[in-house]
Design a protein around this ligand. Structure first.
Ligand code: AHG
Ligand code: MN
Ligand code: MN
Length: 338
């Protein structure tokens, strides 16, 4: 009788590390600590309807939004995990105005920094719809042995060492890349392990899903309006009309399109001229994953990972997903304008 063959996330990370000469296991350890925080959050999310974690915590975060209780919990949990790992000298989080540096000797000696959106899609918590966590890992550029500096965080996305997300959906999954393709792990709650379920994810070159908040239609750039009309037109040869799918959690919208093929757009709008999503901890990590899966990510014209960040919480427009669809949307922008 054959047993159920499992590759756990840890085993996978360690195997990968063995292929990299001189790797000391620091990144592996960091990813391991992120996965532990993810399991803790999974438990909390699954109890959201039962215990007192629904609703708002009352604080207004630096984006001017009211923090949900789970946002606060997630931020604390991931911050603690990264601090305890001893492999991370500082973090930038959506929930904090400034960078957080871990001022102990072990952390100051660490070589990595992490940018994170601890709880993405927070408006969906109360209604039992998928939410997520996004992370992005860089090697610091300031010398080891001292506190992390702002410059460590304002690196271009093309310098990312690893990036990933956790989706708390009908099951909990962790998807990540270190630049050697994208792999997805599903949490087997029976044994408490993330198990390799989606090896070497490749996103379809084309798809028939378009995802954007069409309620903002009137405020969209001309090129996006024209592209939406294109998506809705009937044309059998190109599989149109496409289907509109929009959850309002970037992680969930991105994950669906990654597996099924599609395009996700959060453009600049009349009221938000640089878009809504944050470059450091939403767009860059998703762009790294999209590209590693054979897809694309740009701001309508420039590759997301080539943008030079100016501030921690900078927002940029995001066009990402299946390569041919993103390029097509890009053509509409070029032709009809931003
Ligand atoms: P967060 O919950 O971390 O603030 O992120 C919400 C983001 C993102 O997940 C989603 O794609 C987008 O906001 C939805 O915005 P709209 O409600 O404007 O469509
Ligand atoms: Mn978010
Ligand atoms: Mn968030």
């Amino acid at each position: 009788m054959k047993g159920y063959k499992i590759t756990t996330l840890n085993e996978f990370i360690v195997r990968r590390q063995a292929n990299i000469p001189y790797a000391k296991g620091e990144l592996s350890n960091l990813l391991h600590h992120i996965s532990i925080a993810a399991k803790v959050l999974h438990k909390k999310v699954n109890k959201a309807g039962l215990v007192d974690v629904l609703g708002e915590a009352g604080n207004i975060n630096i984006q001017g939004e009211t923090q949900q209780k789970l946002d606060v919990f997630a931020d604390m949990q991931f911050t603690a995990a990264l601090s305890n790992s001893g492999e991370c000298c500082g973090i930038a989080s959506e929930e904090n105005q400034e960078i957080i540096t871990f001022d102990d000797q072990l952390s100051n000696d660490a070589k990595y920094i992490v940018c994170m959106d601890p709880l993405d899609g927070s408006s969906n918590i109360d209604v039992n719809v998928s939410i997520g966590t996004i992370f992005s890992i860089y090697r610091r550029i300031s010398p080891r042995g001292q506190k992390a500096q702002l410059e460590d965080f304002l690196q271009e996305g093309n310098k990312q060492i690893a990036a990933g997300y956790i989706i708390y959906g009908s099951s909990t999954m962790l998807v990540y890349t270190t630049g050697l393709g994208v792999n997805g792990f599903t949490l087997d709650t029976g044994i408490g392990e993330f198990c390799l379920s989606h090896p070497d994810i490749k996103t379809p070159m084309d798809g028939k899903i378009y995802s954007l908040n069409e309620g903002n239609y009137n405020k969209f750039p001309e090129g996006v309006k024209k592209y939406i009309k294109y998506c809705q037109e009937e044309d059998k040869a190109t599989n149109r009309p496409y289907s509109a799918r929009y959850i309002g959690s970037l992680v969930a919208d991105f994950h669906r399109n990654l597996l099924k093929g599609g395009v996700f757009i959060y453009p600049e709008t009349a009221s938000a001229p640089t878009g809504k999503l944050r470059l450091l901890y939403e767009c860059n990590p998703m762009a790294f994953i999209a590209e590693q899966a054979g897809g694309k990510a740009n701001d309508g014209e420039i590759r997301i990972m080539d943008l030079k960040p100016k501030t921690l919480h900078q927002r940029v427009p995001l066009y990402t997903g299946s390569k041919n669809m993103v390029e097509n949307a890009e053509n509409f922008i070029q032709k009809h304008g931003k």
